[in-house]
Design a protein around this ligand. Structure first.
Ligand code: GLP
Length: 247
């Protein structure tokens, strides 16, 4: 694992965008695994800026998103499909047909999970997977549990995650209770992984994930077994790692 310790959110965004750009420049038809949440927004903004300057070209890039709320359509402004349009896809020259997100409206859970796993396989797997981290250590929507899930599956969100995501909705009751997500197995198959974290609220999750025991109770801890992980985190997110002399 390579840890980039940066000053703040702005530097985290720039460094993460640097790594994604390097991937796209070296392999113009790269398959990017993309993430939502507030953490990658600055990264997407930086990528957009470099695209607008002519330094980046997404015309051959393919993408697969980690997850989507079950029950939300792509035009619902809280869906992850909508988020990706608003924060990246609508501002760069990625082809809509090259972008993939689980279909939150598919009621056939088994069918949707199989379909999405097949999409990832047909693309030849993910070259670089971008990840945020939940404050309970979740990645995508792989919540803490008894076992690591391998493929795409439908999850019941934990109270912690519903509460953390409630800020984007009118009320807690409006937050969907289920989501489709790539499994930990899908994530681990990515050829490289870039995890971004910012702020004190993530310090415990970052410390437990990268320096604690590998356990499904902290889903991101599995990343310790991946050969090619880049952690880009600011000083606040790395504060516990520093306090415990891990870095
Ligand atoms: C959601 C997403 C995750 C994301 C997490 C943290 O639960 N499914 O992919 O990492 O939120 O979000 P934030 O970056 O807003 O803290």
């Amino acid at each position: 694992m390579r840890i980039y310790q940066v000053k703040d959110y702005k530097e985290m965004s720039r460094k993460a965008a640097n790594i994604i750009s390097a991937q796209v420049i070296m392999k113009p038809d790269a398959v990017l695994g993309l993430a939502t949440g507030s953490t990658p927004i600055g990264t997407y903004r930086q990528l957009t800026e470099w695209y607008q300057k002519g330094d980046l070209d997404f015309s051959e890039v393919r993408s697969v998103n980690l997850d989507e709320y079950k029950g939300l359509s792509a035009d619902n402004d809280q869906s992850y499909a909508y988020f990706m349009g608003a924060n990246l896809f609508d501002h760069v020259n990625i082809k809509p047909e090259n972008t993939h997100i689980p279909n939150g409206l598919n009621e056939d859970i088994e069918g949707e999970c199989k379909r999405y796993d097949a999409v990832i396989s047909a693309l030849g797997g993910v070259d670089l997977q971008l990840l945020g981290i939940g404050n309970n250590g979740h990645i995508g929507f792989n919540e803490p549990g008894e076992a690591f899930q391998t493929g795409t599956h439908c999850v019941k969100l934990t109270e912690n995650t519903i509460a953390a995501n409630a800020r984007f909705f009118a009320s807690m009751d409006d937050v969907p209770k289920f989501a489709y997500t790539m499994g930990v197995g899908n994530i681990m198959q990515a050829r490289a992984i870039l995890l971004v974290a910012s702020g004190e609220a993530k310090a415990e999750a970052v410390y437990n994930s990268f320096f604690g025991p590998v356990t499904p109770r902290v889903p991101a801890s599995i990343l310790q077994f991946h050969q090619n992980v880049y952690l880009v985190a600011d000083e606040a997110a790395l504060s516990l790692c520093r306090a415990n002399h891990c870095i």
